[in-house]
Write a protein of this length. Structure first.
Length: 321
C-alpha cells in the first residue's frame, strides 16, 4: 500500500501493530538500503525525499566538529555522536570536554532536562536536583561544538547560530557525506541547526562513515561509536544494544521515527516513519541490513517488539517490508 504525503512523496507501509490478531495500527514511511558504492539494494517509497534526520545526524555533526578543530578522542567522539541517557558517566565526560576548553556547564546552549535513564532520574528527583542542561541527551554534541568553536577562536555564545563559523563547517561536512545540499536549515529540539537531507543521502553518509580511512574525522567518529556504544546511548538503549550485539555496525536513531545504520563493509540503511513513532525503527534498520546480506542473527532479539496486554505479550509488531 502506498500514499502520497506532502513533502515526502510516495510512502509505503513498513510495519503493523497486531493485538490479539487485530491490526491496531500501521506505520508508513520510507526505507532504503545501499551497497558500499551507494547504489540501491532495496527501496520502499520515494527514498530521495528530503527528511529532517533529527538526532540521526549527530554522527555527521560530530565529524563536522572534528573538522572544525575539536580534539575528540574515542570517548568524546562517541558521546558527541550520541543521544546519551544522562547517567553519571555521561555527565562526567561532558564536563571533561567542557573543561578542556575552559568552559563550564553554563556554556551549553541546550535546554535543561532530566535523565532518560530511570534510576538516575528518580535518584536526582529524590535528591531535589532540578533538570540540568548537562543531563540533556544532546549535551555531548553541544560540548563538541563548543570545543570546535573555541578551537576556531570564535565567540562561544554564538555557536548555535547557523551562520557561525563552526556551523558552516559542520554544514559543509554534512553535505559532503550525504552528497546533497538541500538548502533546508531548521532548528532541532536541542536548539542546534538541523539540515534537511534526502533519506538515501543519510544512508550514504552512514556508509561513508563506516568505511572511512583511518585517522580521518569520519573514521574517528565511527571508531568512537564502535568502541564505546554505551556512550552513544546508555544502559539498555537500543542504539547501544545494536552496536554491542553486532560489533562493527554503527547505529544512530533520532526523534520522529528516523534511524541510520551501516555495516563495516559499507552497506548502509536509513528509515523515516512518517507518524514519528520510533517503535519499529530498530527492527526495520536491522531487517534492511539483512536484505544486504549482513548477518544480524546476534541481534535477533531486537527484531521482536511485543504488544502487551495486562503486562504480558498479546501480539507483536510485524514488519511489512
Amino acid at each position: 500500500m502506498s500514499n502520497g504525503v506532502p513533502g515526502l512523496g510516495q510512502v509505503v507501509e513498513l510495519a503493523e501493530v497486531v493485538r490479539n490478531g487485530f491490526v491496531e495500527s500501521r506505520h508508513f514511511g520510507l526505507a532504503v538500503a545501499l551497497d558500499p558504492d551507494g547504489m540501491p539494494v532495496y527501496a520502499a517509497g520515494q527514498v530521495d525525499a528530503v527528511v529532517l534526520p533529527r538526532s540521526t545526524a549527530k554522527p555527521l555533526q560530530a565529524v563536522g566538529s572534528i573538522a572544525a578543530g575539536a580534539e575528540l578522542e574515542d570517548e568524546e567522539a562517541a558521546i558527541a555522536a550520541g543521544s546519551h541517557t544522562g547517567e553519571d558517566r555521561h555527565v562526567t565526560l561532558v564536563d571533561r570536554m567542557l573543561a578542556s576548553v575552559e568552559l563550564g556547564r553554563d556554556a551549553l546552549g541546550c535546554p535543561p532536562d532530566r535523565p532518560e535513564d530511570e534510576p538516575t532520574r528518580f535518584r536526582l528527583i529524590a535528591e531535589g536536583i532540578e533538570p540540568e542542561k548537562v543531563r540533556m541527551n544532546c549535551s555531548g554534541k553541544h560540548a563538541a561544538m563548543l570545543m570546535a568553536t573555541v578551537a576556531m577562536g570564535n565567540n562561544s555564545s554564538a555557536y548555535l547560530d547557523a551562520d557561525s563559523p563552526v556551523q558552516r563547517v559542520i554544514a559543509g561536512e554534512i553535505e559532503r557525506l550525504t552528497g546533497a545540499a538541500t538548502g533546508i536549515v531548521t532548528v532541532d529540539g536541542c536548539g542546534a541547526p538541523l539540515l534537511g537531507m534526502p533519506l538515501d543521502g543519510l544512508a550514504r553518509a552512514f556508509g561513508r562513515l563506516a568505511t572511512a580511512p583511518a585517522g580521518t574525522p569520519d573514521n574517528r567518529v565511527a571508531t568512537g561509536m564502535r568502541r564505546h556504544p554505551y556512550l552513544v546511548g546508555g544502559q539498555g538503549h537500543l542504539n547501544s544494544e545494536v552496536m554491542r550485539l553486532l560489533p562493527g555496525v554503527i547505529a544512530k536513531g533520532g526523534a520522529e521515527g528516523v534511524i541510520g545504520m551501516a555495516a563495516p563493509d559499507g552497506h548502509a540503511v536509513a528509515v523515516k516513519v512518517i507518524d514519528g513513532n520510533p517503535r519499529a525503527t530498530t527492527a526495520l534498520g536491522l531487517t534492511l541490513l539483512a536484505k544486504c546480506g549482513v548477518d544480524i542473527s546476534a541481534a535477533d532479539s531486537l527484531l521482536r517488539v511485543p504488544v502487551l496486554g495486562g503486562g504480558r505479550p498479546v501480539g507483536q509488531l510485524e514488519l511489512t517490508i
